[in-house]
Ligand binder design. Structure first.
Ligand SMILES: [Zn+2]
Length: 291
């Protein structure tokens, strides 16, 4: 890539001593885009704009480099390019964040520079903090209120994905072997900050499912008690004490037994009502578990 005087001025704002055009190697790289990646996530257009600012001055690392030495490059300029005719899976114009980075030429990085020139080192991984992760189906921020939609699954003809925005920090970028973003050749990886967020997310999810389970258990308990009453079994407090000690598994087993008993009895008006309730309950339970 030809080095313009403007480029040299820009990159020299990051150097301790003024570098000449002969001393530096400059390349352009696609950092990320707005397409849905292999993790079922995509950056919002605002996120790309935020990262455009945040990545200036950030250092990138080469994971695999021929000399075995740790080589790095620094971004001195960024730009956003929109391809109007190219529409993403989410229906936006395909938009990418590009970076211009420089390396000081050394004996140790000449092979690496040849690789970049040959287009071999194209895959980039970015490490950022996303303050907002929105479910594309229900619009909930999955960091705050987890929902039951799963990335990659279809809901009413729409594929669920997560929209990342409010990028608060960009930590680094690196060249890696396997890209996550299908078109751009970009992966995101979570830094330690985000690992905390990730475990927070998981514990919220666990809490969410625990709540569902106890709700299902309570409903099943009420249902079993009603069925037991309809079947003319132990009435009232005695059975409610027993039922209160049963866990969900035992309640479901007991319910199965009550159902098989019901099948052998003539259908009464009361049983008929119970049967309808039972079916509703079953539907609820099974839909909870198949989500
Ligand atoms: Zn959702």
């Amino acid at each position: 890539m030809d080095i313009t005087p403007e480029m040299l001025t820009q990159l020299n704002t990051f150097t301790r001593r003024e570098l000449t055009a002969d001393e530096v190697y400059i390349f352009r790289v696609r950092l990320c885009d707005n397409e849905i990646d292999r993790d079922g996530e995509r950056f919002s257009l605002d996120a790309l704009e935020e990262m455009k600012e945040l990545f200036i001055g950030k250092t990138g690392i080469f994971d695999h480099n021929p000399s075995g030495e740790k080589q790095s490059a620094r971004i001195f300029q960024t730009e956003i390019i929109t391809e109007e005719g190219n529409i993403t899976e989410a229906g936006e114009a395909y938009t990418s964040l590009f970076a211009y980075a420089y390396m000081v030429k050394t004996d140790g990085n000449s092979d690496l520079i040849r690789e970049i020139d040959a287009g071999i080192k194209k895959e980039v991984s970015v490490s950022v903090s996303a303050g907002s992760k929105i479910c594309s189906i229900c619009g909930k921020d999955t960091r705050i209120s987890p929902c039951t939609h799963i990335n990659g699954e279809e809901y009413n003809g729409k594929i669920c994905h997560t929209i990342l925005s409010q990028i608060t920090d960009a930590y680094e970028w690196s060249f890696v072997a396997v890209p996550a973003q299908r078109n751009a050749g970009v992966t995101k990886h979570y830094n330690e900050d985000n690992l905390d967020n990730k475990s927070l997310e998981i514990s919220k999810q666990i809490e969410f499912y625990k709540n569902i389970l106890s709700e299902v258990e309570e409903r099943t308990r009420r249902e079993v008690m009603q069925m037991q009453f309809a079947n003319g079994g132990i009435i009232g407090k005695a059975f409610s004490r027993i039922a209160s000690k049963m866990d969900l598994r035992e309640l479901l087993d007991f319910k199965d037994e009550l159902l098989s008993m019901q099948k052998n009895e003539p259908v009464s008006q009361l049983l008929f009502i119970q049967k309808n309730k039972r079916n509703e309950g079953e539907e609820n339970i099974s839909s909870f578990f198949t989500r």
